[in-house]
Design a protein around this ligand. Sequence first.
Ligand SMILES: C[S@@+](CC[C@H](N)C(=O)[O-])C[C@H]1O[C@@H](n2cnc3c(N)ncnc32)[C@H](O)[C@@H]1O
Ligand SMILES: [Mg+2]
Length: 403
Amino acid sequence: MNPLFIPPLYKQRYQFVVDFVKRHKPKKVVDLGCADCSLLRKLKFHRNIELLVGVDLDNSVMKQKMYTLAPFPCEYLKPADQPLTIELYHGSVTEKESRTKCFDLVTCIELIEHLLLADVERFSEVLFGYMLPNAVIVSTPNADFNPLLPGCPAFRHIDHKFEWTKADFQNWALEVCRLYGYVVEFTGVGKAPSNEESIGFCSQIGVFHKDPYRSGTFVRSESMENTSSHTLLYHVVYPSLCDNNIFQRTLVNEVLYEAERIKSKWLGVSGEEQAGLRVSDADFPNGCQEQGISQELYLQGGAVCVPLARVLSFPSVRRLCGSLQELQDSLQGDSRVVLTGDALALVLAAEEEEEAASDEEWDEYEGPACSETVKCAADCTEDWDAELSCPCEISRGDQNGAF
Ligand SMILES: C[S@@+](CC[C@H](N)C(=O)[O-])C[C@H]1O[C@@H](n2cnc3c(N)ncnc32)[C@H](O)[C@@H]1O
Ligand SMILES: [Mg+2]
């Protein structure tokens, strides 16, 4: 059977959120009804997000997949500039939880139709009247579209408690806006055929923003007290340069790496050629030229001295330290580096201290403990999807997929 939508509808819903995040750059995002964390796994690559939270009533599905939200090994080797914390909570979206208050964006993708109709009002109050997010994205099946889905039963999924027509959804959304001071834009994914466009999208979406003209005049939840009704299941802090220890370790690694490379190149050429290796200001712009600070290497008591000014000309170091003074301040007192008395150069042993691993040692090396292939940053998302999500649309049902 050919898929009805290409890409599948669940991917189009996730992409809708990802596009919104790219445009609006929210810092704090919570995904209500996050299930197997598929959307969270996509969002974690958007490093404008500093706090990413998932909430679901079903803790078993979250527990199965929560470790896929852990940092990749390469993220420890090359920490990001911005911090990122990911948290998963077991709890109901109809209960107030102060740790989900005042986020920039709340997503509710195919969640609302799984609530009892009697609970929708309570959910609306918790979401719009208590959590007070700046923006909300709600998606839900459009019942008007069901006749166009071949073999579609009364409801698209066995766990759906209701399915709203376009008018039902818009009535709910507009009432919520009236009560809580929001404005809404209606859109969706999964277009109807051109002769049936008035039916609307297969997945209807409402994008809510706080109404700038009504701030302070809307209803707030009766009780705004700090309540903790959810249980924290998972908490991970990503390595980032905002952490002083990680910053220092990364800086020292980069400085030593670049300094050793400069040293090896310098040692590898004859004395005459060394003279020819004299650096010109234009070769290594780093802001030190004006101060007349030398960038040339020299020998001192059998050791090679590599000027910090020269190391600072490498973009990998300059990204971390903006000036020579900053670099000196960061390196002084760090036990992994030795500086000259004037703190202007690094002192490195002229000879390699450690021999490279012998052939026998390499024979014993069994490779990394985990055979998993990891790729960096945004490219990974599709790999993870392929591995972690069932590629068969039909078997996924509406949980994430068919409709
Ligand atoms: C169809 S799934 C949607 C999953 C995900 N948002 C997506 O689009 O892939 C609905 C999710 O809502 C969760 N859910 C249902 N009622 C809930 C409640 N009262 N509080 C929190 N989560 C709830 C279910 O456990 C389920 O994981
Ligand atoms: Mg559903």
